[in-house]
Write a protein that binds this ligand. Structure first.
Ligand code: HEC
Length: 140
């Protein structure tokens, strides 16, 4: 996983509110889980994003027992590319909260929060999330 692993959020497949990619060319498998057509957990290589500056990536089996092998990333996207601000279980969002802290509430849903899996809600309304997605500076 390097900065080059990240790109325009809108290049992913949108499922409900978030975007799905797969870094190992197995997008169909990742989308099938997101759509509920295949069971959890998400397959290796899955990259999920709600907003351009955050991502969670499913790493190899055994990467992290605590997170069911997800790695969290806080990103700094610009029109030149992506910098990784923080990563792993210490990665923090712009409010200084760790990704892990919130997302672990959804451990029984493979750490995917959406709106009904026990996570503390985001303060960001749905329409603001769409505006942030469409404003990703890497999408040109
Ligand atoms: C305050 C709790 C909280 C924190 C902190 C947080 N998230 Fe989330 N996250 C949520 C909630 C709630 C959703 C679902 C929001 C929605 O669908 O409207 C979400 C959605 C997501 C999604 C889309 C898939 C899903 O789980 O619904 C990703 C990817 C994601 N967050 C990654 C991160 C990363 C990476 C960080 C840290 C940089 C982070 N989050 C920090 C609560 C949090």
């Amino acid at each position: 996983m390097t900065e080059a692993s990240f790109d325009c959020i809108l290049d992913g497949t949108k499922v409900r509110r978030f975007y799905v990619k797969n870094l190992l060319d197995d997008l169909a498998a990742s989308v099938a889980v997101a759509e509920g057509e295949a069971p959890l957990p998400y397959p290796r290589g899955t990259l999920l994003q709600l907003v351009p500056f955050e991502a969670m990536v499913k790493r190899e089996v055994g990467f992290s027992e605590e997170t069911n092998d997800w790695e969290f990333f806080a990103l700094l996207p610009t029109d030149e590319g992506t910098e990784i601000a923080t990563r792993g279980n210490d990665a923090v969002n712009f409010l200084g909260d760790t990704c892990f802290e919130c997302h672990s509430a959804a451990a029984n849903n493979d750490f995917v929060c959406e709106t009904d899996n026990g996570c503390v809600s985001l303060p960001t309304p749905a329409e603001v999330i769409i505006t942030l997605q469409e404003a990703d500076p890497r999408c040109e």
